[in-house]
Ligand binder design. Structure first.
Ligand code: AMP
Length: 192
């Protein structure tokens, strides 16, 4: 089963992806994680990516599509792929469709995690506070200014994907407001 986790920053996509990896032998493909790895590489591309990410904007379609294309070349995981934070634009969604087709795969569902904005802000700023208190590194984009830009990027560029996947009959809306286990249960129900 290949699925997309769709939702604004702070909706819990990464947390739920990790649960699915443990429960279903799926593989998580997070473009955010891949980009965070790329920015530490010290390459020219890494520096450009770091600036864009810290600001809260989206990196170019070309870069993220290239990252996903590379990862889809290998052997398929037993449980299929979870696309976490990808696609984020209509161009990325089209590219994903083409890549899946080329590699003989299908998309089973786009799970839309629905969460109020107010909760997102609290979660993300809380995540930064917790990391700081525990002496762990705080994500450079987990601050109020970047968050506002990330939310705007979501509404302008990513939320049209809700209609896109609805039209394809793949959209599975899930309430992302509850406890982690409750949301995991709702996703399980939505995937059948
Ligand atoms: P995330 O970890 O998914 O919250 O992503 C962190 C940041 O990485 C985003 O704010 C963007 O700057 C960048 N990013 C991650 N995935 C994508 C994507 N699919 N398209 C464009 N930018 C992305």
């Amino acid at each position: 089963m290949n699925i997309i986790l769709l939702g604004p920053p702070g909706a819990g996509k990464g947390t739920q992806a990790r649960i699915l990896v443990d429960d279903r032998a799926m593989e998580q493909l997070s473009t955010g994680d891949m980009l965070r790895a790329a920015r530490t590489s010290g390459t020219e591309m890494g520096k450009i990516v770091a600036d864009v990410m810290d600001r809260g904007d989206l990196v170019t379609d070309e870069i993220v599509i290239g990252l996903i294309r590379e990862r889809l070349q290998g052997e398929d995981p037993a449980g299929g792929y979870i696309f976490d934070g990808f696609p984020r634009t209509l161009a990325q969604a089209d590219a994903l469709g083409a890549l899946l087709q080329e590699t003989g795969k299908t998309l089973d569902a786009a799970v839309e995690m629905q969460v109020d904005d107010e909760v997102l802000v609290q979660r993300i700023l809380g995540r930064a506070e917790e990391a700081k208190a525990a002496g762990q590194p705080v994500r450079a984009d987990d601050n109020e200014d970047s968050l506002r830009i990330r939310l705007m990027a979501y509404y302008k560029q990513t939320s049209p994907l809700i209609g896109y996947y609805h039209a394809k009959g793949k959209l599975r809306p899930v309430d992302g407001l509850g406890e982690i286990d409750e949301v995991a249960g709702a996703i399980k129900g939505a995937l059948g």
